[in-house]
Design a protein around this ligand. Structure first.
Ligand code: NAD
Length: 322
């Protein structure tokens, strides 16, 4: 077997791979670790989305594996360090869906500011509630961006066109970085400094040990009263119970979440009954363009590696060490 695919993939994409490779595709494999381990004994390439947990244990069952292709950006479901130790290349299309996520983020900011989902629901239900749908303008308001990488920067460029003042918190961005000057964003040395002044807070950091529950009771309470919180990064970056409490107490005016701590949620979280919360099923990268770019980028690198060429979009090294 050349390529093992463990999650749902468009049929056309699988057929494309099958033209030149021996492919096994089972969209439910990620749920069955033992079966997955059995198949991994023969696989040279593994292709996953965000559901398959590519742990050191799983990789240990894959003696022939030379590449893990991640069809997406977040690497929190892949033990890259373990892959590196085994000489396995990890490839990910890091630029493929940034525009889609940034555009969705702006959509959510606008939807919160103008109560678009509420207005839509109530009008379809026969109402004409113009008073209940009173919103606010973006112009002159302040947006805090936590995590100023690919997506955070695209959000900044777009937000600027709406006349939003920009504050940035990112411990790995130099306060004199030219990208800050280009977007007119003000660098904040501490997260709380950005939160205290912002009408909207959007998070674009990866999920790491340091960012898990970065948004918690303390940081939510550091946000300005009446502010909005937008999360299109990872559910684990926020403490959902703390967010719920901040919304219920009226400290925050609303939230828009493309991601949740457990996806799909296995129990009711409390957000689903709140009119001031927008919930999406992790669709940041769900655009035709992003999906095509993602698949083509990962497939091209897997193809290169299977032909003993170097990968282009690697996150550890370009050629397998085994
Ligand atoms: P990126 O690596 O380009 O940028 C992440 C930024 O976060 C970096 O600048 C980094 O310095 C910063 N950062 C790291 N630790 C931080 C901390 N403790 N506090 C604040 N900032 C910190 O990544 P990106 O392409 O911009 O993507 C960001 C995240 O968005 C991804 O890790 C992924 O989890 C998420 N994402 C979600 C979707 C979706 O469908 N909703 C799609 C793509 C990516």
């Amino acid at each position: 077997m050349d390529i093992l695919i463990t999650e749902e993939l468009a049929t056309a994409a699988v057929e494309h791979l099958k033209k030149s490779h021996n492919v096994v595709c089972d969209g439910s494999l990620w749920k069955n670790v033992e079966k997955l381990k059995g198949l991994l004994a023969e696989a040279r390439a593994l292709m996953v989305r965000n559901q398959t947990l590519v742990t050191a244990d799983l990789l240990a069952a894959a003696p022939k594996l030379i590449v893990v292709g991640r069809l997406g950006v977040g690497l929190d479901n892949i033990d890259v360090e373990a892959a590196s130790k085994l000489g396995i290349v990890v490839v990910a299309p890091l630029d493929a869906n940034a525009v889609s996520v940034a555009e969705l983020t702006l959509g959510l900011i606008l939807a919160l500011a103008r109560k678009i989902p509420l207005a839509d629901r109530s009008t379809k239900a026969g109402g004409w509630d113009r008073k209940g749908c009173m919103g606010i303008e973006l112009e002159g308001k302040t947006l805090a961006i936590c995590g100023f990488g690919r997506i955070g920067r695209l959000v900044a460029a777009r937000a600027r066109a709406f006349g939003l003042r920009l504050l940035v918190f990112d411990p790995f961005v130099d306060q004199n970085a030219s990208v800050l000057l280009e977007t007119g964003a003000v660098w904040c040395p501490r997260l709380e400094a950005a939160l205290a002044d912002a009408d909207f807070v959007t998070t674009h950091s990866p999920l790491t040990k340091a960012t898990r529950h970065l948004f918690n009771a303390r940081t939510f309470s550091a946000m300005k009263r009446g502010a909005f919180f937008i999360n299109t990064s990872r559910g684990g970056v926020m403490d959902e119970a703390a967010l719920l409490a901040a919304l219920r107490s009226g400290h925050l005016s609303g939230a828009a979440l493309d991601v949740q701590e457990v996806e799909p949620p296995q129990t009711k979280t409390g957000f689903e009954t709140m009119d001031n919360v927008i919930l999406l099923p992790h669709i940041g990268a769900a655009t035709a363009e992003a999906q095509t770019r993602t698949f083509e980028t990962v497939a091209a690198d897997i193809d290169r590696l299977l032909r003993a060429e170097a990968a282009v979009n690697f996150v550890n090294f370009a050629r397998p060490g085994r």
